[in-house]
Design a protein around this ligand. Sequence first.
Ligand code: M6R
Length: 360
Amino acid sequence: EKSGYKHFMIKEIYEEPEAIESALVGRVTLDGPVLHELKEFDLENVEKIKLVACGTSYHAALVFKYFVEKYANIDIEVDVASEFRYRNIYVDDKTLVVAISQSGETADTLESVRIVKKKGAKVVAISNVVGSTITRESDVTVYMNAGPEIGVAATKTYVNQLVVLYLLGMEILKKKGIWNEDLENDFEFLKRSPNLFRKLLEDFKIDELASYYKNYNHFMYIGRGINHPTALEGALKLKEISYINATAYPAGELKHGPIALLDPKFPVFAIAPQGYLYEKIKSNIEESKARKARIIAITNEGNEDLLKIVDDIIYVPKAPDDMYPLIMSPVIQMFAYLIADMRGYDPDKPRNLAKSVTVE
Ligand code: M6R
């Protein structure tokens, strides 16, 4: 039931605050984050983590990599399942495999789990669907508890994947004896995030922006560090439901080729919070501007610095560096949703796509 909303996708975006609350229930304690599912799981000795997933779930995995490797000397590798399953993956008793699948039925991800299990790896599944195949074939499942998602485009489940992956990262770091003020701030932010999402979803109005940008045929999303996956996810959302050719790059790669594409008809969507790589992305924005590309940037409240350089700006609440992928996700989703709807497409049923990709 769409309960008054025009599409499931927009309904599901507005459900994000409650979805996050459900992901946090029982996992927020006075002693910090706890994933009870993993209590007996040997995480102290993990030295390598391999994450495997497809599509949006793959982007969530990338955020985990940037987050955890910042704090620990753990070798973390992320791969799309359709590649992973055909590689020779080395696992030993210090390797943890994390398989992420909202549906729990994605053929390539399931096959990846089977392959590494045969090699003796321990597998943690992250899934939304209780009793799905991946939950039965993995050693343990951490549910994302987002509730059913009907729209083909992942929205609230992406948000919940991020929440659960942050918790998983914190659990691993804690078990390894790593905890510090930054992580404490991240955890505090996670706890506040349902209300921050509520306010953000109430306040931000980007209809006018969407209506302007819907007429472009191309988009270049750029981001750096932990914000690079947001660029990838923003571009994926836009292309899958609005059929606009959106491409995403780690911004430092621009001058190695893609900047040649930019001109007034090729806008740049920059993921540019004032975090640790801000000056770097800012200079990439300036380079893009020099090619006369129109720039839309998403940044944190209070950043007036970009106003002089970019054409349009969207603000999200100020957050710890690690948490921008979370707080920015409803914005990139809404931007794609509005454009698809304004272009006359049904965002719930994009052409050529299925909610669960159960064949290779
Ligand atoms: O169910 P899964 O998480 O395994 O699905 C993986 C992808 O097919 C999925 O994330 C897809 O990219 C999204 N529906 C895109 O919005």
